[in-house]
Design a protein around this ligand. Structure first.
Ligand code: FAD
Length: 516
């Protein structure tokens, strides 16, 4: 009979958070084993060659990095770089007066070109000025609040007082973001571009406070909120995290799915589906909280379901735009499609009533314009580009009855939405595989559940919480604690987790060390 294996800590899940947690603990002198269910590390932070005959390594799921604090990169000595995009976003539109095509181009840093683009859309400087004031206030809040996410949780009152920006706090944390956006901006398209950050992976209306939480995490990352391109793709992060974990002495076991878990006041023991048993003082669960609850035979925490389509594409060249904008500029940042405020709200209502929205709201981004290293030199020389599409308001429930049929419908809706603004339909610039198929893959929320275990495709594992104690969570110190003394949440579903941040892993490790 196999002997139990004894450790100080067992980390379940080898996504980026599990790797971060394991590394912090091993570097503090703990004997750590990390058990990953799949044959590869990374979870939602992986890169693959989805079209094997082309040497193009795409970030298959998550693709941009904003939330990973420099402190974690420095603490762990991760050799991982993110690159700035000169363009923040481009939103094509049909001009109200003439019906001609135009586009709102916003640079990363406010400049004359951006001011002119706002002028062209709205006919005055008012909206551009409102934009600068709004994002200036949020930038200041981001700078002040960001360090707190790697510290023990504070109450709302204490954090609000420390930050000292009561007005900004009020409109970000206490009033529905939809109401605030309607108050601060008058143009439907500008309002929508602002709102999108509240709806990524979050199936709610603009007036639901859940949109505020999503909005907040999209704007405070690392104190700047800037969304940057991971050099080499997401795999570069995982490769580095694996290297530092192994160097610190973490034992990593793949194909080790934890299926049973017992705990008492002295510690924990887990058994994998292969029947291997591991014993430790502490367990850090870096998969979803719903999975932990299932393994423990408890009822699963209630949560919104995932609501996005992810479509990865390889292009032989970028498509030309009806607006005449240079595609090398238009796709250099986030390319918004059908994301005016009213379009976002009506897409939400339509999806809620059971149909895939026809004018599907989309966000696209081209990794290779900022970082061509994910393509082979041959593909680069031929001018190939990658394109990633993130479709909003396609909740998991829509796919339940006929998953493949509805996925095909949602993919078609996404392509039609995009093509409204392209001179070259996207199909005409997709790379063609040897068997004649086009280089495009689509993932529905149900695929995200079956491929990488995200409950109902929720990209944040479960609903995001504000980064403080607000009525709930009074029993939490780091946001990782559970009702069992020796079991901690170390993945995106812990408080302040969600996104590619490593914050959940860091905080769970700190909670364990604080309980020594
Ligand atoms: C399509 C998509 C796009 C996204 N885009 C972005 C983005 O651009 N930027 C961003 O910041 N965030 C993005 N996100 C969100 C982000 O990727 C996730 O929130 C984050 O990666 C979660 O990391 P994690 O380590 O906590 O968990 P995961 O990456 O989910 O990893 C959990 C790991 O635990 C393993 N596991 C689960 N159960 C068990 C078990 N019983 N036994 C052993 N192992 C187990 C899983 O196999 C998995 O490897 C996106 C997510 C998706 C799906």
């Amino acid at each position: 009979m196999a002997l139990d294996k004894n450790y100080d800590a067992i980390v379940v899940g080898g996504g980026h958070n599990g790797l971060v947690a394991a590394s912090y603990l091993a570097r503090a002198g703990k004997k750590v084993v990390l058990l990953e269910a799949e044959a590869e590390l990374g979870g939602a932070t992986t890169s693959v060659r989805p079209f094997p005959e082309f040497d193009a390594r795409l970030s298959r799921y998550s693709y941009l990095v904003s939330l990973l604090p420099d402190q974690i990169v420095a603490d762990l000595g991760i050799n991982f770089k993110t690159l700035e995009r000169s363009i923040a976003s481009y939103t094509p539109y049909s001009k109200k007066s003439s019906g001609a095509d135009g586009g709102l181009l916003i640079s990363q840093n406010w400049d004359e070109r951006t001011a002119q683009s706002f002028q062209e859309l709205t006919g005055s400087d008012t909206e551009g000025t409102a934009w600068q004031h709004f994002y200036g206030e949020i930038a200041e809040l981001a700078r002040r609040i960001a360090p707190s996410v790697l510290q023990p949780l504070k109450s709302a009152e204490k954090l609000k007082e420390e930050i000292g920006l009561p007005q900004t706090w009020n409109y970000l944390m206490e009033r529905p973001i939809g109401e605030v956006i309607r108050e601060r901006f008058s143009d439907d398209l500008v309002r929508g571009v602002v709102l999108t950050d509240g709806l990524i992976g979050t199936f709610v209306s603009a007036d639901d406070l859940q949109a505020n939480r999503c909005f907040l995490y999209h704007l405070i990352g690392n104190g700047t909120g800037q969304w940057r391109v991971p050099q080499g793709g997401m795999v570069a992060l995982v490769t580095e995290l694996k290297r530092v974990a192994l160097a610190a002495g973490v034992e990593i076991l793949l194909k080790s799915r934890v299926s049973e878990l017992e705990s008492d006041s002295n510690g924990v023991s887990v058994t994998t589906s292969d029947g291997e048993k591991f014993v430790a003082r502490d367990l850090l669960f870096a998969g979803a909280p719903q999975t932990l609850a299932r393994i423990r035979g408890e009822s699963q925490p209630k949560s919104l379901e995932g609501s996005q389509m992810k479509i990865n594409m390889l292009l032989s060249r970028l498509p030309r735009l009806k607006s005449g904008m240079d595609p090398h500029l238009a796709f250099a940042g986030t390319f918004h499609v059908n994301e005016s405020y009213s379009q976002l709200e009506s897409a939400y209502q339509r999806a809620k009533s059971g149909s895939i929205p026809s004018d599907l709201p989309l966000e696209l981004y081209c990794h290779t314009l900022t970082d061509p290293t994910i393509l082979s030199p041959e593909l680069n020389a031929k001018g190939y580009q990658t394109l990633t599409l993130f479709g909003l308001h396609t909740p998991a429930a829509l796919f339940d009855n006929s998953p493949e049929v509805v996925k095909a419908e949602a993919k078609k809706a996404a392509i039609e939405s995009l093509n409204q603004y392209l001179l070259d339909p996207i199909e005409s610039v997709l790379a063609v595989c040897q068997d004649g198929s086009l280089a495009i893959e689509a993932k529905s929320p149900l695929d995200l559940e079956s491929d990488i275990g995200l409950p109902r495709g929720n990209i944040f594992h479960r609903d995001l919480d504000f980064p403080f104690i607000d009525g709930s969570g009074a029993d939490l110190t780091w946001g990782s604690e559970t009702s069992e003394r020796h079991i901690y949440l170390a993945g995106a579903g812990s408080r302040r987790g969600g996104g590619v941040s490593g914050i959940a892993g860091h905080n769970a490790a700190m909670a364990v060390l604080a309980n020594d």
